[in-house]
Design a protein around this ligand. Structure first.
Ligand code: PA5
Length: 452
């Protein structure tokens, strides 16, 4: 059976349907165009601020929104490094949070089966779980293993300890010199433990642009190197991001999807009590994309306004649901519990290949409506039906349709959600780029280790 990802990529723009976020589409639980228009002055000021700021490229506060341009110069170096790493069958990508989720999401969307890429498979090492590492050691042949260790700060404890353990394993199995030839690092260009290791041991290391925060870094070497190793077209990924960026140039809400989506998510949460934001892809391979969205949204928006510290202005809680799986799990609650949710569906405009449902067996008498149908027809019907009941129940929802499942579309989706998150954060009056409370937790864990 042909794999549809091997076909010529479709370079079309995403289509975004927000009509069911408004009262006209969903009734009184939606927002009115007037409410959105009332945000126009504030959003335009935010937009203009971002536009002026991003002229500074990688030195901009919102440097993450310039990566589609800024990273092009580095593609040659990244691809050359990826080609070296591809000699090895198993590439252990060690990193956590923003240093893993985006890359995992895009890899899963485009090369979910390691055999599709080349002979190299990526294995993500995130959680500090001795059973998991034991299993890696027990099943992988060290002769075929390479490491990419990723930490922007260069000191995240989960990454540091697992990198040290895996390095040690390779040194024991292969000797120090060979083990050294199997390591690539991605970290801050000048500071942190990992940078020090790179310099002292002369290990090849790529830089994370200092102004780009972890969860916004998938379009830097953090995502681009492992994705190139997996055989993903990173140039198309950046081109897709560029397309999304240029579609969001206008300062007019109705001409700028990022502004409109931010206004809608913000208004629904603050004026309509939609405190839960559910991303529900009807594409299996976007399961991890929804996880990436959850981290991006939660860590960026779950904050208090520093000018009003006593008021919790935490943004909506991001939740991942999968169509059609969660129709058999979460949907009952969506349809009969509180109207505190909004939905973002993601679908595919066309399935390049479908699997026909076999005819001529006894099932045909039971399911006559399946005649001449394929799996894509079934999932498409289920999506339309679910969206309809969600809408009729009164839950505001939007739908993003990907023209195709390829790097170009994923680049657009990535840039779009980074943009929407930043606009939304600025509407809340918070800094969408930091994560002060997470830092507190990291510090406390270290204190705990010191005192036990
Ligand atoms: O988005 C963020 O900033 C975090 O999720 C970080 O990516 C995560 O804590 C890992 O940090 P680092 O890349 O410094 O190891």
């Amino acid at each position: 059976m042909p794999n549809h990802l091997d076909q010529a990529p479709t370079a079309e723009a995403l289509s975004i349907d927000t009509s069911n976020m408004y009262t006209d589409g969903v009734g009184t639980e939606g927002v009115t165009p007037d409410q959105v228009a009332a945000l126009s002055k504030e959003l335009t000021a935010i937009h203009n601020h971002i536009q002026t700021d991003t002229r500074h490229g990688l030195n901009a506060e919102f440097a993450c929104l310039t990566l589609h341009e800024q990273m092009r110069a580095q593609l040659g170096e990244i691809k050359a490094m990826a080609a070296e790493i591809q000699q090895y069958r198993h590439v252990l990508v060690i990193g956590i949070g923003g240093s893993s989720l985006g890359c995992k999401a895009i890899r899963h969307a485009l090369k979910p089966d390691r055999r599709l890429a080349n002979n190299t498979g990526l294995c993500f090492i995130e959680n500090i779980d001795p059973y998991h590492l034991e299993q890696i050691f027990a099943t992988l042949n060290p002769n075929q293993v390479a490491i990419i260790a990723i930490s922007k700060s260069g000191g995240t404890i989960e990454t540091v300890v697992q990198y040290q353990i895996i390095r040690n394993w390779l040194e024991t199995e292969l000797g120090k010199t060979t083990a050294k030839q199997r390591q690539w690092l991605i970290t801050d260009p000048t500071t942190g433990w990992l940078r020090e290791v790179a310099e002292q041991e002369r290990l090849p290391a790529l830089a994370v642009p200092p102004k780009v925060g972890g969860r916004y870094s998938v379009l830097t070497p953090v995502g681009l190197l492992p994705l190139a190793v997996a055989g993903i077209d990173i140039e198309a990924l950046l081109s897709g991001a560029a397309t999304a960026a240029s579609a969001c140039q206008s300062a007019v809400i109705s001409e700028n999807s990022a502004m409109e989506m931010a206004a809608l998510y913000f208004l629904l949460e603050t004026t309509k009590d939609k405190h839960v934001s559910i991303m529900m892809p009807y594409i299996n391979r976007l399961r991890l994309f929804a996880d990436w969205y959850c981290q991006l949204w939660a860590e960026s928006l779950g904050k208090r306004d520093s000018n009003k510290p006593s008021v919790s202005l935490a943004g909506s809680l991001p939740v991942r649901a999968m169509g059609a799986i969660d129709q058999h799990s979460q949907l009952q609650m969506y349809l009969e519990s509180r109207l505190d949710k909004m939905f973002s569906f993601i679908t595919l405009g066309q399935w390049r290949h479908d699997i026909p449902i076999p005819e001529g067996n006894r099932g045909r008498d039971w399911f006559p409506y399946l005649e001449n149908k394929g799996l894509a027809d079934v999932i498409t019907a289920e999506f339309f039906a679910t969206r309809q009941v969600i809408t009729e129940t009164g839950h505001p929802n939007l739908t993003i349709t990907l023209p195709d499942l390829n790097a170009y579309a994923l680049g657009q989706l990535t840039d779009l959600y980074q943009r929407v998150t930043i606009y939304t954060g600025l509407l809340y009056g918070i800094n969408p780029l930091d994560q002060p409370s997470v830092e507190k937790g990291k510090k406390l864990a270290i204190d705990y280790l010191k005192s036990h």
